[in-house]
Design a binder for this molecule. Sequence first.
Ligand SMILES: *Cc1c(COP(=O)(O)O)cnc(C)c1O
Length: 428
Amino acid sequence: MVNMYQEGFNIDSRLLKLAQDVEITNKGIMDGFEQTEEYNQLKIIKAMQEHKLSEAHFHGTTGYGYGDIGREVIDSIYAQVMGAEDALVRVQFVSGTHALNVALWSVLRPGDTLLAVTGKPYDTLEEAIGITGGGHGALSDFGINYREISLLDDGSVDYDSLKKTLEREEIKAALIQRSKGYGWRPSLDIEGIKKLIGFIKGFNSKTICIVDNCYGEFVEMNEPAEAGADLIVGSLIKNPGGGLAPTGAYIAGAKELVELASYRLTSPGVGKECGATLGVNRNILMGLFFAPHVVSQSLKAAVFCAALMEKLGCKVSPKPEEKRTDIIQAVKFESSEPLIAFCQGIQKGAAVDSHVIPQPWDMPGYGSQVIMAAGTFIQGASIEMSADAPIRPPYIVYLQGGLTYTHAKLSILTAVQELINRKLLNIE
Ligand SMILES: *Cc1c(COP(=O)(O)O)cnc(C)c1O
């Protein structure tokens, strides 16, 4: 085994020893994810059984996609698994950002106010809301107001400011982001989401609470819809796609709101009735079936990374022993040089495109340059082992995913080895 790492992947023997220590020390934490995996796996199988999932559902439609029984059963299974009344799971969503946009557009009308409760939303939503840019059909161009409650210094929700805003203004929709995204803050767990939604609804029960659930699915035993969210949104090339869904996203929640979302995605009057599935139903369903296991493998890898990098002197969030509600592991570096080296090293451990050297680039939708290591079977799928970092201080890399723990571990080792090779890190 040691030879395989050393000769096959040029991993230093001292680094291997360190990795072994990290695995032994953190075994309890790493094995701890299996209980949630077991629970969520059972939840998914139960939903599949109750909706009588069968071979006939795996065949796709073309053209308009009328009468696609596979698409319909996927919506029903997702709704049940997410603890929601209904769901809209579609390959016609090009990304999570697209689905989040559809969710916002489906409930907000001119004159309404959107309130971001967990600080600035994910980078790709800034232009869509009109926080930056605008003029290209952003929400702000249509007279939709935007307010934001910044997080407190420790990364928690600023309940005092929130209270003042809710007393002063009528809020049509509140946007809550579960995962840290590109931020150095603790992610918001289901308990925290429940408390937050309860607080908002206490001022106005009609405020629509939308949760960006990206990277959060199946990390806990419940999903935000069960914590009171009216709409939840996520990407199929992250957790719930289990690495097998080729593209797409989902919106789940209250029946009438999911219906509004379906009108926004397709057309009023058409809604959920159209949307060819082109033969991907089997992958979406198999991916969902695998998702709790893949998520659990990713979490194990995240803990391995956190413990190893902490041992090597980096600040990490969350720490190995901290409770997790998403699959993201943030690691802070002193400058852009080790940050870039780390991402390039992650790519070196990939099964796909390991010979490619990722570079920072102006990714559409992002405010600063971003480097993304994603040697993935599905382009850009971040449920697969991937690491990305906006090139701006504080220099933080966000690592997530791993279809198998072994692969994620290898990539983390090739990343650290890259730092050693470039003399950016000393492991003596
Ligand atoms: C990934 C992600 C999104 C959506 O990103 P896409 O790349 O467009 O799928 C939104 N919010 C958060 C927190 C995310 O992690």
